[in-house]
Design a protein around this ligand. Structure first.
Ligand SMILES: CN[C@](CCCC[B-](O)(O)O)(CCN1CCCCC1)C(=O)O
Ligand SMILES: [Mn+2]
Ligand SMILES: [Mn+2]
Length: 305
C-alpha cells in the first residue's frame, strides 16, 4: 500500500474548538511509524494552512459558510494532487465538513468512485433543513447530484459540482438522524445500515451487503469517510457529537478489514477527533489510538497476525 497523508486542522464546520488538533494528535500516536511497520510506503504531506476568511457572517442559519467553502477548495486540490501522485489518500480531520473537499478532490481523479460513510449521523442536511447551521451536518447534500436544484447558492461554494448519485453511497452506524435527513434518505432510496441493522444482521452481513451494493455494477474505487463518532463513546469519547449505542471497537475494525480486502480503497477520511472533548487523558489516548487502528485496518493490519 502506498499512503499519502494530509492533515486538515479545521473546526469551522461546527462550534466546538479542539477538533483542529485532530491531525497532530493522530500523528503523535505513531501513525506513520505504524503504517511503515506493516509494510506501507508513506508520504506525509503535512497540514493544510487555512487562512482567515474575514466577515464570514451566517447565511440564514448556516454558520461560517465562506470559511468552509474556501477550506474545502484547498483540500480538494490537495487530495487531487495526492491521488495523481499515486497514493491512497488519508485525510486527517478536522470536522466532517471536510468530506466535501476530500470527496470532490478524489472524484477529480477517480471518475466512478463510491462512498462508504461510517457515522452515527447522516450528515445530509441541506442549508435549508439544518437545525444547527453547522456544516459538518451537511456535507453529503453538496455531493449528491439529485440535490443540485435544492442547494441554495452560497459564497465560496460556486466551485462545487456534485460528483455522486444517491445509489453510490452507503451508510453504516446511523443512530442520530434528523427528521428531514430521514425523509431525504428514504426519498432518494439511499442504502443505509443503522445500528438497528447492525444489531439485526451482524457486522459481517452488513459488510457483505454493503459490498454487494457498491459493486453491483462491478468493482470501483472506494472513498471511506469514517467519522470517529460512529464508534461507541466508550471507545472514542473525545469527539464533538457523541451518541450512545455505537459500534464496538471490533465492529469498527472489522469494517476496515473488509474494506481493505476489496483492494479498492482509494481514499480515507478520519474525522471528528476532538481532544478537548475528553474528560481525562485516557479518553484522548483511547480515541486517538482507535483512530490509528482504524487507519491501520484499512491498510492491511489483520488481527490474526
Ligand atoms: C444530526 N444532525 C446534527 C449533527 C451533525 C453531526 C455531524 B458529524 O459530522 O459529527 O456527523 C445534530 C442536530 N441535532 C442537534 C441537537 C438537537 C436536534 C438536532 C446537525 O447538527 O445537523
Ligand atoms: Mn460525520
Ligand atoms: Mn457523526
Amino acid at each position: 500500500h502506498s499512503v499519502g497523508i494530509i492533515g486538515a486542522p479545521f473546526w469551522k464546520g461546527q462550534p466546538k474548538d479542539g477538533v483542529e488538533k485532530g491531525p497532530d494528535l493522530i500523528r503523535s500516536t505513531g501513525l506513520v511509524e505504524k503504517l511503515k511497520g506493516q509494510g506501507c510506503s508513506v508520504r506525509d504531506y503535512g497540514n493544510l494552512k487555512f487562512e482567515h476568511v474575514p466577515d464570514d457572517q451566517p447565511i440564514e442559519k448556516v454558520q461560517r459558510p465562506r470559511s468552509v467553502g474556501h477550506a474545502n477548495k484547498q483540500l480538494a486540490d490537495a487530495v487531487h494532487m495526492i491521488k495523481k501522485d499515486g497514493h491512497t489518500c488519508v485525510l486527517l480531520g478536522g470536522d466532517h465538513s471536510l468530506a466535501i473537499g476530500s470527496i470532490l478532490g478524489h472524484a477529480a481523479s477517480q471518475k466512478e468512485l463510491c462512498v462508504v460513510w461510517v457515522d452515527a449521523h447522516a450528515d445530509i442536511n441541506t442549508p435549508t433543513t439544518t437545525l444547527t447551521g453547522n456544516m459538518h451536518g451537511q456535507p453529503v447534500s453538496f455531493l449528491i447530484r439529485e440535490f443540485h436544484s435544492k442547494i441554495p447558492v452560497m459564497p465560496g461554494f460556486s466551485w462545487i459540482k456534485p460528483c455522486i448519485s444517491a445509489q453510490d453511497i452507503v451508510y453504516i452506524g446511523l443512530r442520530d438522524v434528523d427528521p428531514a435527513e430521514h425523509y431525504i434518505l428514504k426519498h432518494l432510496g439511499i442504502k443505509f445500515f443503522s445500528m438497528t441493522d447492525v444489531d439485526r444482521l451482524g457486522i459481517a452481513k452488513v459488510m457483505e451487503e454493503t459490498c454487494d451494493h457498491i459493486f453491483s455494477k462491478g468493482k470501483r474505487p472506494i472513498h471511506l469517510s469514517y467519522d470517529i463518532d460512529a464508534l461507541d463513546p466508550s471507545v472514542s469519547p473525545a469527539t464533538g457529537t457523541p451518541v450512545m449505542g455505537g459500534l464496538t471497537y471490533r465492529e469498527g475494525i472489522y469494517i476496515t478489514e473488509q474494506i481493505c480486502q476489496t483492494g479498492m480503497l482509494s481514499a480515507l477520511d478520519v474525522v471528528e477527533v476532538n481532544p478537548k472533548m475528553a474528560r481525562a487523558e485516557e479518553e484522548i489516548s483511547s480515541t486517538a489510538k482507535t483512530a490509528v487502528d482504524v487507519i491501520l485496518g484499512c491498510f492491511g493490519r489483520v488481527r490474526e497476525g
